[in-house]
Design a protein. Structure first.
Length: 188
């Protein structure tokens, strides 16, 4: 259940500095603010212009049973963690939203499962020509997507999964450009 592409956790996306906070600072704040014992270590924190996603790892469950028993036990542990931490997560999120001016979303990882709790889904305006609309409509007609908007989100996710290394390379290049710009002379 991946809701966020790999390779973006904890890395800069070029625009987060607009609000005066870098992802490392935000990640450090959450590592210090989250109660000890919630996760097996510091949480992974991803940041973009609108959202902070905090994903912590829960201690896995050792069971003698088969994979269905393990999956059920993990699901139970996730549900328990979510219920036990709800009020504190809401307080921490409110503090972070005031401080960093971004919505906060939460998730947990246990074993090879990842579950994201309510994450921000933003409407993104785009202009598509007929060939691109036909692609989206085909996905909808085939039952792959519920709507054009869902089809577009599916396409973006697919590109992220299959072109992850290329996108990571672009991010690294953008980070180098940002660093070079900051090291350059200031004008006026």
């Amino acid at each position: 259940m991946r809701g966020y592409g790999h390779g973006e956790h904890g890395h800069g996306h070029g625009h987060e500095h607009e609000a005066g906070f870098d992802p490392e600072q935000i990640g450090g704040w959450f590592a210090g603010r989250i109660p000890e014992g919630w996760f097996t270590g510091a949480p992974e924190v991803s940041v973009d212009r609108e959202e902070i996603l905090v994903v912590g790892t829960l201690a896995d469950i050792e069971l003698q049973g088969g994979s269905t028993a393990v999956a059920a036990a993990r699901a139970g542990r996730i549900k328990q963690h979510r219920e036990d931490t709800r009020e504190a997560r809401m307080r921490i999120a409110e503090e972070a939203q005031r401080r960093f001016r971004r919505k906060v979303s939460w998730g947990v990882r246990i074993g090879d499962e990842e579950e994201l709790f309510t994450t921000v889904a933003l409407p993104i305006m785009t202009r598509l020509r007929m060939p691109e609309r036909k692609v989206l409509d085909t996905l909808v007609e085939a039952g792959v997507a519920r709507s054009r908007s869902h089809a577009l989100a599916w396409c973006v996710k697919l590109v992220g999964e299959h072109q992850g290394e290329w996108i990571d390379g672009l991010r690294q290049a953008l980070e180098q450009v940002r660093s070079a710009r900051e090291a350059g002379p200031t004008v006026g």
